[in-house]
Design a protein around this ligand. Structure first.
Ligand SMILES: *Cc1c(COP(=O)(O)O)cnc(C)c1O
Length: 431
């Protein structure tokens, strides 16, 4: 499979090059040259397939012959080492829990898949080292750290804003050691992001083979298709159309869902639910795409003012706004309603959600008014324990600590403090 840059000003590249580079030289996102739907019998028979078989069928065309079948199957098996249950929350509404992985964030899937692809491409090339550089507002860093731990030939450097991530998140980033380095930035998430962007443009750092592990990277973005298939497999026997709501920040997750639909997955409608960072909901109202600086919210993994994957969604609809709006709506919710709803879901149903999932739930409930006969699914993108500072005081309960979290709690934090881009640069030169 070849990939082209959505800025249309760079050569087409292989899957391998696209994964290693992350972003095209013209700063465009890579996009597959063709998308072939899966045959009808695949969907007719999906309940008889394992998750691994489904994932292989979904991703194979995007990898092509660049990773042999047996290797790709091994990568998929290692990626999908946990469950993806759909849990009934109320009549016709299900939570697709994506948080049962090693760091209890859905980003585990993409991070595990991408790291193993890079490891495969590095095999036997002793001189080829890659440095994954990633800025995190909390959740990405932990998933990337865990997914890449011990991966041959890959160094990981994570930048996070000092004092702005939760204690659990910080430990997930800073306690692993080996090939994982954490830089604690005196600043906010946008400062981390700016430094990372600057480093990618800095030719004096070319020798580090810098790549990104954000959802701009195709090997992190595409495997996110898998769980939309898993939701369908579990809910198919109900015999009703599906409406799926994704709590959205960079819009990688929902873009993967739309890609799954392109492959033939029967999803009737998508909702992109956002917090007050409402660039896309506003676009659907006004027709103008106006990125803004991000605002801090309690669903902080979605505090994104300029969602990077939105251009991919537009490409999936050939920039046809009418076709797009038939399949897709987008709504924005503030912290106050999110807090109230987190509480009312718990009081009415006993289900413990967390702020991101609740934003998804709110968007779903609104859209379901137009689909009275459908089943609604919202993505629960993180375990409530990851946002215990928010969830516990609202629900007035104490959450039990899952084993995945317990194991990092008593490990020692190791980080290097930086403030400026020059400090990042000298760190990269010396490491
Ligand atoms: C990253 C993240 C999101 C947003 O996903 P996108 O693919 O960036 O839209 C939502 N919830 C949580 C918990 C996340 O970590």
């Amino acid at each position: 499979m070849k990939y082209y840059s959505l800025n249309q000003n760079a050569p087409k590249v292989s899957f391998e090059r696209a994964v290693i580079q992350g972003l095209a030289p013209d700063k465009g996102l890579y996009f597959p040259e063709s998308i072939t739907a899966l045959p009808a019998h695949f969907f007719e028979n999906i309940e008889n397939l394992s998750n691994e078989e489904i994932a292989f069928s979904a991703i194979q065309q995007f990898v092509g012959d660049e990773i042999p079948e047996a290797e790709l199957k091994k990568i998929i098996n290692e990626t999908l080492c946990f469950e993806f249950p759909t849990v009934k929350v109320e009549d016709s509404i299900y939570s697709l829990e994506l948080y049962h992985g090693p760091t209890m964030a859905f980003k585990d899937v993409g991070a595990r898949f991408m790291s193993r692809c890079l490891a495969y491409f590095n095999k036997g090339k002793t001189e080829q080292k890659n440095t994954v550089l990633v800025a995190t507002s909390g959740d990405t860093g932990g998933a990337v750290a865990s997914g890449f731990l011990g991966v041959n030939g890959v160094d990981v450097v994570i930048l996070y804003p000092s004092g702005k991530v939760s204690d659990i998140q910080e430990r997930q980033l800073t306690t692993l050691g080996q090939n994982i380095k954490a830089l604690e930035v005196d600043g906010v998430f946008d400062d981390c992001q700016d430094m990372v962007k600057k480093a990618f443009l800095d030719e004096s750092l070319d020798f580090k083979n810098l790549t990104s592990a954000n959802s701009i990277n195709i090997a992190r973005w595409l495997p996110q298709m898998f769980y939309f298939f898993f939701a369908y497999k579990q809910l198919k026997s109900l015999g009703k159309p599906l409406v799926v709501s994704c709590p959205s920040g960079n819009f990688g997750n929902i873009c993967a869902g739309i890609m799954a639909k392109k492959l033939g997955l029967p999803i009737e409608h998508f909702v992109a639910a956002t917090n007050v960072n409402d660039t896309v909901p506003q676009f659907l109202v006004t027709g103008k795409y106006e990125p803004k600086p991000s605002k801090a919210t309690i669903s902080n993994a979605m505090d994104v003012g300029n969602p990077s994957n939105f251009v991919r969604i537009q490409e999936l609809y050939n920039n046809d706004l009418n076709a797009f709006q038939k399949d897709f709506t987008s709504f924005s919710y503030d912290d106050e309603l999110t807090t109230e709803t987190l509480k009312s879901i718990y009081v009415k149903t006993g289900y413990i959600a967390e702020p991101h999932g609740v934003v998804g739930y709110l968007g779903l409930k609104k859209e379901m008014q137009n689909h009275p006969n459908a089943i609604g699914v919202f993505l629960e993108t993180a375990h409530p324990i990851k946002f215990l500072d928010v969830v516990e005081p609202i629900l007035k309960i104490e959450l039990p600590i899952p084993v995945q979290i317990e194991t990092v709690l008593n490990k020692e934090k190791v980080s290097v403090k930086i403030k400026t881009y020059d400090q990042l640069k000298s760190f990269l030169h010396s490491s």
